[in-house]
Design a protein around this ligand. Sequence first.
Ligand SMILES: [Zn+2]
Length: 350
Amino acid sequence: MSTSETIVSGMARAGLSPSRASVERSRVPKTTRPTRFERIEAEELTISAPLPRSATNGVEWLPVPGWDLSWLWAGFSTRKGGLSLAYCQEGAPPELNLGFASADDPETVLANRRLLAQAITSDPETPLISLRQFHSNLIVQADRADAARAHPHKADGQMTDEPGLLLAIQTADCIPVLVADRKRRAVAAFHAGWRGTVKRIVETGVGRMRLAFGSRPEDLIAAIGPGIGLCCYAVGDEVLSEFESQFSYSRELFKEVFDTDPVRRKYPMLFLTQRAPGHSPTRPSLHVDLVEANRRQLLAAGLKPKAIRVIGGCTQCHNDLFFSHRASHGYTGRMMAVIGIASARKHSGC
Ligand SMILES: [Zn+2]
């Protein structure tokens, strides 16, 4: 017999009947977050890092497996290659920071961007169009004039059907998503952190491609680039609430993960005194899988599962290969995901 039943029967024996409200209250199940999600050890979730391709100019970047279309430029940068000294260890080789920040010289960043353009298009002068990203679901249609803008558009997605341009998304943990229309030759790039994901930037973006270019979902291919993985992306309950308010499948995107802190993993003895004897391990934390969340949005937008490539690699786990905002406590460079339609002049021979 439960405690509440004992109380109720005790009151009945004493000639007292409990109020309806107190009975209802006693029947309300106590829901606590820890019982709602699959629990898992962080080590089991670790994703191996993808192997970069080395360009002749020293840039190490990640192509999309299977995307060998001659008209399509696409790839994801790593932190390797480049000329920036702002974020590397003393004595380590310079790096490919592609984001403007006070810590790095703007000329160095521009030179790095030219190196990336060269690695992917064979021409360092290929215009590279970036955005002022702000975790929205705003998507703009880009053209050649945007490459010359002093202030890039404020948006988190861009698309074009104009050849000879590279559309770029900057990340350092957030998820970059590239989409290409094989039939109509149009491309798009999206920035999906948790806020943009909740705002359905990728699903919205595919809709925008349909409107602007007449893209049919069955003709689209997509690549989800490296970002912070389920292994490392601990979030607060407010993130869970936002996902639950938006997605019927939100519960499948969350896991409860033990021992996610790399310092704690590396030096467990330091933390022993924080636990009562016999009470290992520490409380699990709630993690969200942004890669899967964005894959689900591509599927919801009508793409076939086999048309979606996941590049893999966790930016925080593989901080030697990728810039990671979380791993570097906010002081870090930016990588770029780029996509474009190869210049016609390259193929026409004129
Ligand atoms: Zn990780």
